[in-house]
Design a protein around this ligand. Structure first.
Ligand code: AMP
Ligand code: ZN
Length: 672
């Protein structure tokens, strides 16, 4: 390659890799497999070594990757958080072993650990108390996400006295178990919210939330795998012993580790987990190999990016090649259209794959998918495999791009796509069969009206028989008993059960009814918040978009969806009928919830971290004394309750608008 050609290729690769880094670290939404990313990175690295005159100090090969966001305080790491060099091949692993041997001789051991697929975190403890948790960021500094990390159950906030150093940092990987991922992601899909591609993205997205209460609701876990402290080498002589101690201090350390005295033992460990990983409840993407002895680690030292005493071996995501046959378009209960690829059946990671998710029109365009293409499918942590690329070598010249349908495949209505959204919707919510059926199924669901004796299939059958057209018809079924008994499959007893279940559902509280309506973006939590703020359906229906948005933690997208819902006459009529059937369309004020009126009529915004209360506790404290929480600072705000580490822009705004700023203590004295 000539220097001129190299310069062009280097620039090309740099641009591409920077984009992938941005998608991976900032958007937590990678569009390339780790394997392909690493191949490109290695190509760039090789070119830069061959043509050092083109090496840019800001080249992607020179950084760890960055995920610093503006919303969190940036904190410098006391010990830099380096990356690990990694490989996919046995040969490179043997090369690593030879380098180690050359440097420190033959008398050493490796520790083999699973490489957990999550996001790394560094947690500082002072005198046994969790002080700070920081993301990797660019390796030198990261985001302070302490409040969020405190909510993770397996990370102790306070340790029992047990011989640990006064000051230490502990590092590990935050992740989400696959089962939790599937459950929560399905809920998101049902609520019309953006789905996450895999547990890692879900965990990364969660740790970056501004609302710690929401973080607390999402089950995250954490394995710890590094200890740093000035005292460390006095207390332990090697990594293995430190992890045993860390376990005794109350941290979650993986039981799947091994001490190996040769590279062949390491390779056996790798081989064992290549298949074994599918039996774990969480995702791993490889094995980390570390030289055990601290003294030997020091001898080996570091490169600019990574320690010379460790390496990671990454498993290739299992891939298969198969023929792409066609796209099916599924319409969900919120009208969202999801394209699904139909494939020639192929064996992948132990199961036969016939379908792959395509997410939305952007994904089809990104892949440049054409009918009859041969495609590569990959199964990572995902439930449904995805198409990673088209095999262009096998493309037929006459193949045609896929044209995304302009109309709903179920009802023929023109599809709409809101600016800035990737998903197409069928707007015919009252006339599109899967939406009607889906909404009724959601309404009777366990988390909504929880109607016993009635299931998804019952709804479908009744809809086909013309017995049900919308949710309100469910409460008229009792007048149609004669028709019901004439249907096959429904005995007298099961009809009675079902009708009793329907009657009983009328006792469900307002927040459940609100959730059951299936308004887009109004999941369980949002329904609860709206119910407790507006108290009844009429007030909510009459509220303007701005009023809804002013509720603590309700965003514009939700507010818009709610006002759109109530703007429709059909919905208002349905609510009127539900009211006549006797459903609860208002909250029942519980007298014991109200502890006093000291804050009655006053509005508050809470910001920062507090000494004695969590933000959630402060919220309920304020509300139970008659106060109301707002989401942002405005001239109308009565008080800003400020804790530690409040954002400087909030403070400035409050000062400019002359909003009184009070402490946790001052709030308490207002109540007493
Ligand atoms: P990479 O991101 O490919 O450079 O790999 C390095 C990352 O692997 C670290 O920053 C950690 O987040 C992660 N990792 C997962 N499990 C381990 C482990 N057992 N030991 C060290 N790092 C790990
Ligand atoms: Zn439709």
């Amino acid at each position: 390659m000539s220097p001129a050609e190299a310069a062009i290729r280097i620039e090309e690769l740099t641009k591409e890799l920077n984009t992938y880094n941005y998608q991976y670290y900032v958007l937590a939404n990678p569009t390339i497999s780790d394997y392909d990313f690493d191949l490109k990175l290695k190509e760039l690295d090789a070119l830069e070594q061959q043509f050092p005159q083109f090496l840019d100090p800001d080249s992607p090969t020179q950084k760890v990757g960055g995920d610093i966001t503006q919303r969190f305080d940036t904190v410098r790491h006391r010990w830099p958080m380096l990356s690990l060099s990694n490989t996919y091949s046995e040969q490179e692993l043997r090369d690593f072993d030879n380098r180690v041997r050359k440097a420190i001789g033959n008398d050493f051991e490796y520790v083999c650990e699973l490489k957990f697929d999550g996001l790394s975190i560094s947690i500082t403890y002072e005198n046994g108390v969790l002080k700070r948790a920081v993301t990797r960021g660019d390796g030198v500094q990261g985001d302070d996400v302490t409040a969020n990390v405190r909510t993770i159950k397996s990370i102790p906030n306070r340790l029992k006295p047990n011989g640990y150093p006064d000051l230490f940092e502990i590092r590990g990987e935050i992740f989400m178990h696959r089962a939790a991922f599937q459950r929560l992601n399905n809920e998101r899909i049902e609520n019309g919210e953006m789905a996450y591609a895999n547990p890692r993205n879900f965990a990364a997205g969660t740790i970056k939330l501004q609302d710690s209460a929401e973080v607390a609701r999402r089950p995250l876990d954490c394995f710890l795998y590094f200890l740093y402290s000035n005292e460390r080498n006095r207390l332990f002589s090697n990594h293995w012993d430190s992890l045993q101690a860390v376990k005794a201090w109350g941290f979650h350390v993986s039981e799947h580790m091994a001490l190996c005295s040769s590279i062949d033992e390491v390779l056996a460990f790798i081989a064992k987990w290549e298949q074994g990983r599918y039996d774990l409840s969480y995702d791993i993407d490889g094995i980390v190999i570390k030289v055990n002895d601290y003294g030997q680690q020091e001898e080996l030292g570091f490169t600019a990016k990574s320690p010379r005493w460790a390496i990671s071996y990454k498993y290739k995501a299992e891939q298969a090649e198969t023929k792409f046959l066609s796209v099916s378009y599924q319409v969900g209960r919120t009208g969202a259209v999801t394209p699904v690829a139909n494939l020639s059946p192929v064996l992948l990671a132990g199961t036969t794959v016939k379908r792959a998710s395509l997410h939305n029109a952007n994904e089809i365009a990104r892949l440049d998918l054409r009918e009859g293409d041969m495609v590569f499918v990959e199964k990572g942590g995902e439930i449904i495999p995805k198409i990673t690329a088209v095999n262009l070598l096998k493309r037929k010249p006459e193949s045609q791009p896929i044209s995304y349908p302009l109309t709903c495949p179920e009802c023929g209505t023109s599809l709409v796509r809101k600016p800035g959204e990737a998903v197409h919707y069928c707007p015919n919510d009252e006339g599109c069969p899967p939406q009607i059926v889906g909404r009724m199924q959601h309404f009777i669901g366990r988390k909504a009206m929880d109607i016993e004796g009635m299931g998804d299939e019952t709804i479908e059958t009744f809809f086909k028989q013309g017995l049900l057209h919308n949710i309100t018809d469910i409460y008229s079924l009792k007048d149609k008993q004669e028709t019901l008994v004439r249907l096959d499959r429904f005995g007298q007893k099961s009809i009675e059960n079902m009708l009793a279940g329907i009657e009983k559902s009328k006792e469900k509280p307002f927040e459940k009814v609100l959730f059951a309506l299936g308004i887009r973006y109004v999941g369980e939590t949002i329904a609860k918040k709206l119910a407790s703020h507006f108290k009844n359906m009429d007030a909510l229906a009459a509220a303007s978009k701005e009023e809804i948005e002013s509720v603590y933690e309700i965003g514009e997208r939700i507010a818009e969806s709610v006002t759109e819902y109530f703007a429709k006459d059909v919905h208002r009529e349905q609510l009127e009928r539900l009211r006549q059937h006797g459903l609860h369309l208002a909250i029942e004020e519980k007298t014991n919830e109200r502890l006093g009126d000291a804050l009655s009529g006053k509005t508050f915004v809470i910001s920062g971290v507090f000494e004695h209360f969590s933000r959630e506790e402060l919220t309920s404290l304020i509300e139970s004394h008659g106060g109301k929480l707002l989401s942002s600072i405005s001239g109308k705000l009565d008080y800003l309750v400020a804790g530690d580490k409040m954002g400087p822009s909030k403070l400035a705004k409050a000062e400019k608008l002359k909003v009184p700023i009070i402490s946790e203590q001052e709030l308490l004295s207002m109540i007493n």
